[in-house]
Design a binder for this molecule. Sequence first.
Ligand SMILES: [Zn+2]
Length: 444
Amino acid sequence: MVYDALTLFDARLANGALADLTVADGTIVSVVSAGGDGASAREAASGVSGAARARAMSIDSPAFDDVVRGRADLPAHLDLQGRLVLPALVNGHAHLDKTFMGAPWQPHRVGTTVPARVGAERDIRSTISESVGDRSAALARAMVESGTGTVRTHVDIDTELGLSSLESLLELRDALRGVLRMQIVAFPQSGILASPGVERLLEEALIAGADVIGGLDPAGFDRDAARHLDIVFELAGAYGVGVDIHLHELGGSAVEQYHLIAERTRRVGLAGRVVVSHAYGLGSIELDLARRIGHEFGEAGVAVMTNGPAGPMPPVLAMRAAGATVFSGSDNIRDAWWPYGDGDMLGIARQVAYQSNFRTDEELEIALDLVTHAAASAIGLDRYGVVAGAPADLLVLDAPSPAAAVAGGSGDRIVLHGGAFVAAQTRETHLAAPALRGAVPVRP
Ligand SMILES: [Zn+2]
């Protein structure tokens, strides 16, 4: 007998086709699309009867509203009425431990250099009474609410914190199993060479359960790029984990480090498991040189993460065309580094699209790819997508197309994780002004 079976009728796939999805034991079993609106052809292919379709609860019905409000369980047959279904969003770079979410608002303190910001962060951290675990949970909740199914979070490892924040996140990962998949990067926010003792702590973090080894501005912060990278890659090789390096530097220094990273990726055999996060430098050099580095990264298996910053950022289209994987994460959300953010990866896709001057549907779909398939590939999710065999981590959107969802037209959201209903966002607007009551509503 199959438990937790679920059929989703009339799901709109990213390519516009209508499909029926069957889910069992948390996994997508079949995605049957007959093209156009051919429900009867889909029934024949999926083996789900027309009677089941007729019995299905409509997502637009009051009965489903009861499901959303927790007054009823998700039915076995749900008619999505043509809602867009995407794979749950992937946040490929976050800092759950740093957020002030769940704590009172903290005004931003200005710091112009990385060391100055690290110092300011330590000061603020000592004044906040809410625990790392509680604040991380608040942000994780916001991520799930808006449709994120997997997050890669960096966690600070330094001589003051030791492994305490890591331990909080390992606990949170366990607590959220069934709701949010979490990868943890052991991140030397205060440097490795600049902070004697951190190298040993990073190794202990990997032993304790961190999934990935991080790095930070090998030249700019630690002043010895080769040595910093050797430590990081040696730990990766020894513990069989991937690498994710924050690299904020610009110009020639950044280019030198890109080469050092690609060279070590090849030497240690880590193709497809190495990320350069931010890589602002790619936006500070000639486009031709950025393309050559994109080619080198593509060949070596080094991916690039961008969150669409206001300053220099990687040229997304050129890097992709050169063969490199480019993907996105939120980076900091309401913490000592950055006061912005709400955990919504569609918002990050929009930010990257905006900063990249994307306008066409094709470009907006690329922005969505950065927070879905490209991110899944970069962080090593082996089964991902609205395809048979992938976990049923799904985001149901009231939007006519992926491009519209990125541009700002996403309405209500339903979030499924492992086939279970885990969250919904519904939007209700109440018009009081008589002049607005007769106005044509904005279509989602
Ligand atoms: Zn970061």
